[in-house]
Design a binder for this molecule. Structure first.
Ligand code: ATP
Ligand code: MN
Length: 461
């Protein structure tokens, strides 16, 4: 079944040749002399127009050619007279793989994004989701390319973990014990020694701790895989299952870490603009008239680098009434992050040196005794897109923090070994892939940039 993909039909050199195309019908119109079918095969946002001369085809043959049906057409590719298209196919043969009756939900246009979320199994057939999914795929490739070109190694960290102190959020338990009647120890607690792994396990919230094992052996690594957080946060920026990219680098301090983060996100945005232009233009036209200007703006700007302390000062002096109060020590909310980025600086901001109380135990402590070498990259419309830090390299300081916080380290001896044997300064960060896709596509709800979103009370499809 050799076919030409529709995206390749628009090369001028193909005009005049015989082609074979397959795809799904977006619409059919016409009269008793001639019928026009708009065909899409997912390879591009563009449809190819199929012209069916009704002297060659019967009404009976055309009947199953409905919106949503799948067909195979052969014919000659010719220049088009119609406006808005460069070429069309004069059909010679028509084969219908499968028709679609009028209950096909993706009828012509104008569905709301909410409606499409309920039909997530079919929404990839729409222009919007075709565009988003192609951009998502290109961005995933760009990420690998960026790191591979720099000599980073792709490290596969486990999805099932026995450490309950990753600290990045609530976890989903993994067990094969019968939940309605688990085996119990003498004192009545669940007997996890009878469980599959012989101890409690959960889905990972981050691959970072294992990433550090990789970095302190291979030098520079990155992970790119799914992560799971059981937080009951129903926001347009949180998923229960999302993909994260976590580079981790030996011999990088916080400054090197910031440089890498800035170069990395810019590379991804540039890649999407260069390789997904038509899809981005489509989304701009449909959803956000300023999209390309915003993307180009980020590429052209140097990210502001600012300490948390200075950031809080700006927020306090802004005179703005925020929903959540700002004061030194507060965890910044998305409204605060967006104020700094969108209104105060009008470009991305990297905020550093957060109070140690609101950040994870493994971050490098500063001399002031109050702050740690954390860095969050804050973006317009998104807020936090990256969170990272220089890691605490000193075994003693790390242990002191673990003890103060009462973190259960019984299963973490392996992590501490990085600081016992040849410890090095090192840094890393995590980028939420869907937050990047949100930014590049101009969409506003994270459920619309992953094919099958998992959120509280929703694991359909
Ligand atoms: P937030 O404050 O936005 O909830 P976080 O500080 O909990 O995020 P980190 O633990 O720093 O997140 O994770 C690193 C990155 O992963 C974040 O910068 C963000 O881009 C992304 N991320 C975190 N949680 C989610 C989520 N539930 N859904 C999608 N992306 C997420
Ligand atoms: Mn964070």
């Amino acid at each position: 079944m050799k076919r030409t993909k529709i995206k390749d039909l628009f090369a001028p050199s193909l005009i005049g040749s015989e082609v074979s195309v397959m795809g799904w019908v977006r619409s059919r119109r016409g009269n008793k002399h001639v019928q026009f079918v708009a065909l899409n095969d997912g390879s591009t946002i563009r449809n190819i127009q199929i012209v069916l001369d009704m002297a060659r085809f019967t009404d009976e043959q055309l009947k199953p050619v409905t919106t949503g049906s799948s067909i195979h057409v052969t014919g000659k590719l010719v220049e088009s007279m119609g406006k808005g298209q460069t070429c069309e196919i004069q059909a010679e043969t028509l084969e219908v793989f499968g028709t679609a009756d009028e209950t096909f939900p993706m009828q012509k246009k104008g569905h709301t994004l909410e409606f499409l979320r309920e039909k997530a199994h079919l929404r990839p057939r729409t222009n919007t989701f075709g565009a988003i999914l192609r951009i998502r795929s290109a961005l995933a490739f760009a990420i690998h390319r960026f790191f591979q070109e720099k000599g980073f190694f792709y490290l596969h960290t486990p999805l099932i973990t026995a450490s309950d102190c990753e600290g990045a959020g609530a976890m989903f338990q993994v067990t094969t014990l019968p939940i309605d009647n688990p085996p119990r120890t003498e004192d009545g607690a669940v007997d996890y020694s009878a469980d599959f792994f012989g101890k409690p396990t959960a889905l990972t919230v981050s691959g970072q701790l294992e990433g550090e094992l990789g970095a302190t052996a291979l030098g520079e690594i990155y992970t790119f895989g799914p992560t799971f957080r059981a937080e009951n946060s129903n926001t347009p920026r949180h998923l229960a299952e999302f993909w994260m990219i976590e580079p981790e680098m030996a011999f990088y301090d916080i400054k090197d870490n910031m440089d890498l983060a800035e170069e990395f996100v810019k590379y991804c945005i540039r890649y999407a603009l260069d390789h997904c232009r038509e899809d981005i233009e489509f989304l701009q036209q449909m959803y956000d008239p300023d999209l390309i200007q915003l993307l180009e703006g980020v590429l052209a700007s140097d990210f502001v680098r600012l300490s948390y302390t200075e950031g809080v000062k700006i927020l306090e002096e802004s005179g703005r009434k925020f929903e959540f109060p700002v004061y030194w020590g507060a965890d910044l909310q998305s409204e605060h992050e967006r104020y700094l980025v969108e209104e105060h600086f009008k470009r991305p901001v990297i905020l550093t040196d957060y109070p140690k109380e609101i950040k994870a135990f493994y971050m490098k402590q500063n001399e002031d005794g109050k702050t740690v070498r954390a860095m969050d990259v804050l973006f317009p419309k998104i807020g936090e897109i990256i969170g990272g830090s220089e890691r605490e390299a000193s075994y003693d300081k790390l242990m002191e923090r673990i003890t103060t916080l009462g973190i259960p380290m019984k299963d973490m001896w392996w992590y501490l070994d990085t600081r016992r044997f040849g410890t090095v300064p090192h840094s890393g960060f995590g980028l939420g892939f869907e937050r990047l896709v949100l930014f590049v596509t101009g969409m506003t709800n994270i459920r619309d940039v992953i094919p099958f979103p998992r959120t509280p009370k929703n694991a359909e499809f």
